[in-house]
Design a protein around this ligand. Structure first.
Ligand SMILES: NC(=O)C1=CN([C@@H]2O[C@H](COP(=O)(O)OP(=O)(O)OC[C@H]3O[C@@H](n4cnc5c(N)ncnc54)[C@H](OP(=O)(O)O)[C@@H]3O)[C@@H](O)[C@H]2O)C=CC1
Ligand SMILES: O=C(O)CCC(=O)C(=O)O
Length: 476
């Protein structure tokens, strides 16, 4: 089954679909046909956003929010179709795709309701008969560049706060996954989003994304993807003092202590390492274990890994979908091969059939091995022994990345110590590193993030607004 998508520019669906994306689970099946935008397409999209921005900014926030709420209901009515299309283009299991679509719906609801929330602050003035208050103002045209691994949730959690804050948007979804973002946009357009407020340009990041980032009219850019691309975008945007928000890679660590139940720890680590085919920036990819638990934990982790049954995400019984592309599979297999060259052993997995890579546990890994240092972005986890909690915490923190970190223990004192000292934007105690509540802030530290504004939660709109301070004298 092939879905065709187009650009969305100034309220028109446009562009000849010239590029095929194959279903990663069924190599012969074209999942999507999409147009390939270029600099002129981006220019047209930014012009449309520029034309629409003032009227949208002047629209009352509750009316903006109402469109998001209506879009949430439309998406809910299409939940099954959207989830199945997501599986066909990205590969994750139907259960995971349903969860992701549900998350996009909830994000629209959350930020839709934000349209009715209190905004700005009132302050006492030191001048008599004077009111002082702040007003959040939209930035204008904002650019969003999103990855393939959460093809509807990530566009939703960037778009919704941008729109409800009164900005117009140009979105560039990942070339591999153009359908999910199109479903999101269609729901918004059909719910009454005015023409030009949301524009989408499909195509290559190096062409479309780069043109979007370089355009002076784009006042802010929010990006999720690789550290390499993110840092390049940071330079482009910062050079003209435009705002930039980056959520990038991770090398997320778990520390399992002697007092942890090895079976519970293994289940927690496996969910974070192998769920979503390991293709999450929050995925667990290195696990440090103290000596008393290492053998039992590793044995239990291998059993958990072997429970993940690779297959087509739409097929009954599949619990791990394919890797997204041949290029990503190559990265995953090369990382496993390099780990073995450096002395690691494959305790389970390590083999691929087509794009189906089985959940892989590597043992005999040392902290300075490449597989313990570099992001893989696949269902591969390395187990490393440490002497004690202190060494474990030090190694968890010895990474250029700092997105998520986890600890399995029953010791409340150590749990709080870890929460305070782990160098990560998100810390999970006895919970998988993946999986985020949409109503709380999300972001990393070090090379995982721009280290500025957080996404999601009540402060997500901060990135998309600037604060104006107003003094009003009452004596006229
Ligand atoms: N933090 C996260 O959630 C993610 C991290 N990654 C990491 O990145 C690696 C590579 O994945 P990939 O999807 O290629 O990540 P990229 O960083 O290449 O892609 C993310 C987004 O940026 C776009 N892009 C690519 N090049 C440029 C550019 N020069 N200027 C502007 N935009 C650009 C992409 O477009 P297009 O893809 O259409 O070319 C896509 O929309 C993964 O293996 C993983 O390590 C990947 C996805 C998500
Ligand atoms: O773990 C999650 O739920 C979100 C992960 C994420 O934001 C990402 O992979 O980009």
């Amino acid at each position: 089954m092939t879905t065709t998508v187009q650009h969305l520019i100034g309220g028109e669906w446009t562009g000849d679909p010239v590029r095929d994306r194959h279903n990663p689970a069924r190599p012969g099946e074209v999942a999507v046909r999409a147009p390939a935008g270029d600099e002129s397409t981006v220019d047209a999209a930014i012009s449309a956003a520029e034309d629409a921005r003032r009227a949208w900014a002047a629209t009352p926030a509750p009316a903006r929010g109402a469109i998001l709420l209506d879009a949430a209901e439309l998406l809910r009515s299409r939940h099954e179709t959207v989830a199945a299309d997501l599986v066909r283009e990205e590969g994750k299991t139907l259960a995971e795709a349903r969860g992701e679509v549900r998350r996009a719906i909830d994000v629209l609801r959350y930020f839709g309701a934000h349209g009715w929330q209190r905004t700005g602050d009132v302050f006492p003035s030191s001048t008599p008969d004077t009111s002082v208050f702040t007003r959040p103002e939209p930035l204008g045209v904002v650019g969003l560049i999103t990855p393939w691994n959460f093809p509807i949730a990530i566009p939703a959690w960037k778009l919704a706060p941008a729109l409800v804050s009164g900005n117009s948007v140009v979105l560039k979804p990942a070339e591999l996954t153009p359908v999910s973002a199109t479903h999101l946009a269609a729901a918004l357009v059909e719910s009454g989003l005015p023409a030009g407020v949301l524009n989408i340009v499909h195509g290559k990041g190096s062409v479309v994304g780069a043109a979007l980032a370089a355009d002076q009219r784009v006042r802010a850019l929010s990006f999720t993807g690789s550290t390499e691309v993110g840092l390049r975008l940071h330079q482009t945007l910062s050079a003209r003092r435009a705002r930039v928000q980056l959520e990038m890679g991770g090398k997320n660590a778990y520390l399992v202590l002697d007092d942890a139940d090895p079976a519970v720890a293994a289940r927690t680590v496996a969910a974070g390492a192998f769920g979503l085919t390991g293709q999450a920036c929050t995925a667990t990819s290195r696990v440090y274990c103290t000596p008393g638990v290492r053998a039992a934990f590793t044995e239990a982790l291998v059993k958990e890994a072997e429970r993940f049954s690779p297959g087509d995400g739409l097929a009954e019984g599949t619990t791990i979908g394919p890797v997204v592309s041949a290029a990503q599979l190559d990265t995953d297999l090369s990382a496993i091969e390099r780990a073995c060259e450096q002395g690691a052993s494959v305790a389970t997995g390590g083999k691929a059939d087509g794009l189906f890579l089985s959940a892989t546990v590597l043992t005999d890994v040392a902290h300075d091995h490449d597989v313990a240092r570099n992001e893989v972005f696949g269902p591969v986890v390395a187990v490393i022994q440490v002497d004690d909690y202190d060494e474990g915490l030090a190694l968890v923190n010895d990474s250029p990345y700092g997105l998520t970190a986890g600890l399995c223990t029953r010791d409340l004192t150590l749990a709080h110590h870890f929460a305070a000292h782990a160098e990560a934007g998100v810390v999970k105690i006895n919970r998988p590193t993946t999986g985020l509540d949409l109503n709380v802030p999300f972001g990393g530290v070090k090379c995982s993030s721009s280290n500025t504004f957080r996404e999601q939660g009540p402060t997500a709109t901060d990135f998309y607004t600037w604060s104006k301070t107003i003094y009003v004298g009452h004596d006229q």
